[in-house]
Write a protein that binds this ligand. Sequence first.
Ligand code: B12
Length: 219
Amino acid sequence: MSQSEILAKLKEAVEEMDTDMAEAAATEAIAAGINPMVAINDGLAAGMQTMSDLFDEGEAFVPQLVVAAEAFESAVAILAAGMSDDEKAKASKGKVLLHTVHGDIHDIGKNIVKTMLSASGFEVIDMGRDVPVEEVVAKAKELKVDIIAGAALMTTTMPAQRDIITLLKEEGIRDNFKCLFGGAPVSKEWVEKIGGDAFAETASEAVEKAKMLVKELRG
Ligand code: B12
């Protein structure tokens, strides 16, 4: 099979939400000597972009996105195993510390954001859900991330996003990080009000905003 046929198969596997097919195509990509980043970006991520566009247009729904993301992740695991740490760091567009805020256990949207960011070449450290503000800030310092990205799905948990900014300011490290926030009740106005750097309404917008923020950070 040619490189373009294997890339098409990777894309199709994600669009078809077929984990077995995605894993088989990833194994073929390695056997054929295809650069893993090319396989991820031009194959798997292209498929995930189709699914994300369909979701934004209301033509795909959460369960399909979740299953497509599983196919994507399992193929990425196979491809990433063939890459050195150096290659992974070089390929990274930036380091993102992702979490769902304290008190909030909703993580379906966050996981889609994670998949889309990884698909676009970001190194994503996922702290999970219901993560205390102090732990987020401590981890951001420890790992020297570029972006702190937090999801809040309830009006009652949105204030935890503000608390992250407050703690960063108290510690005098606000300018070391870019803060990207999202989640259904979150808005551009809210993020501006709390002094965050960017808001994204969808997972694909999160990727655009993350690229913009890293550019700002690196000048
Ligand atoms: C599924 C769901 C659950 C599931 C969560 C499963 C899981 N693993 O996530 C379960 C059943 C566990 C659950 C529990 C509860 N839920 Co609930 N839940 C929902 C529901 C129906 C869908 C959320 C969802 O997954 N949407 C689909 C995803 C794809 O969309 P999304 O999360 O918005 O993500 C998109 C964007 O927001 C953005 N995005 C997401 N994350 C991020 C992060 C960043 C950094 C960025 C930039 C962007 C971004 O990109 C995503 C993709 O485009 C919503 C209703 C709704 N319409 O939102 C209620 C809802 C959020 N739940 C609600 C409530 C009240 C609860 C409970 C308190 C219920 C209870 N009494 O026990 C508990 C919460 C417990 C807790 N401490 O968190 C309320 C919140 C009301 C409020 N105060 O604002 C809602 C709005 C329902 C309602 N109308 O009352 N829930």
